[in-house]
Design a protein around this ligand. Structure first.
Ligand code: SAH
Length: 198
């Protein structure tokens, strides 16, 4: 029986999850690009946050996979961590898909209000206000469990926590300005990331 997980298996598993989610997003992105944007908050902060996300989700994992510059931060992970990581990756893919399907053309990479933007409060949005962000946290936890390295493992968790902390109040303010009481009522009835909790 294998006691420790192999780094290569963890790396390949996470990359497969990443590629599947890019394929999930592609058709939604193509559709929402066709809808005009009415309000756009793509400022320097948003661009900086997107660059940090690319570093945490793509650059650092690739450097970890292809070089040994982070080897000083290697640590051993039990084989069980691999399987829990796989479960988080599956949960990520499901919730990432569901939140794209529910948001439809209202989705955008940065903070935007689209032409005929509809406030979605159904599907996974009936339980929490930010299911896509919850799904990205699932991915970040999967990375922590699949990469036996402190730096590469924590990279997405740190990058996304920075993005979430800088973005969430602005996003909710933009939604409240656009949808008024309908949004504030919705916000009163739902939590942000974890149903009933947080
Ligand atoms: N924060 C959400 C959506 C992320 S995509 C989530 O985590 O699931 C970001 C865009 O989604 C924002 O520009 C905003 O215009 C839009 N958005 C966020 N919540 C929405 C909702 N409930 N209905 C419609 N659009 C929403």
């Amino acid at each position: 029986m294998q006691i420790y997980m192999s780094p290569t298996v963890g790396i390949v598993t996470l990359f497969v999850g990443f590629i599947i989610s890019a394929a999930i997003r592609a058709p939604f992105e193509a559709r929402s690009k066709k809808v005009a944007t009415i309000k756009n908050q793509r400022d320097e902060l948003e661009v900086f946050l997107l660059v940090m996300m690319a570093v945490g989700l793509i650059v650092i994992p690739l450097v970890y996979a292809l070089t040994d510059v982070f080897s000083f931060a290697d640590h051993a992970l039990p084989a069980a961590a691999y399987w829990i990581g796989v479960l988080f990756l599956i949960a990520y893919l499901w919730l990432f898909y569901r939140s794209h399907a529910d948001l439809g053309t209202n989705w955008s990479v940065t903070l935007e209000i689209k032409n005929n933007h509809a406030l979605i409060t159904s599907g996974v949005y009936s339980r929490i206000r930010h299911p896509m962000y919850t799904s990205i946290y699932f991915y970040a936890i999967a990375q922590l469990l699949l990469f036996p390295n402190w730096i590469a493992g924590a990279a997405s968790l740190l990058a996304f926590t920075l993005m979430y902390a800088c973005r969430i109040a602005r996003e909710e303010r933009m939604m409240a300005e656009t949808f008024g009481d309908t949004y504030t009522d919705y916000a009163r009835k739902t939590k942000r990331l974890i149903p009933g909790l947080f």
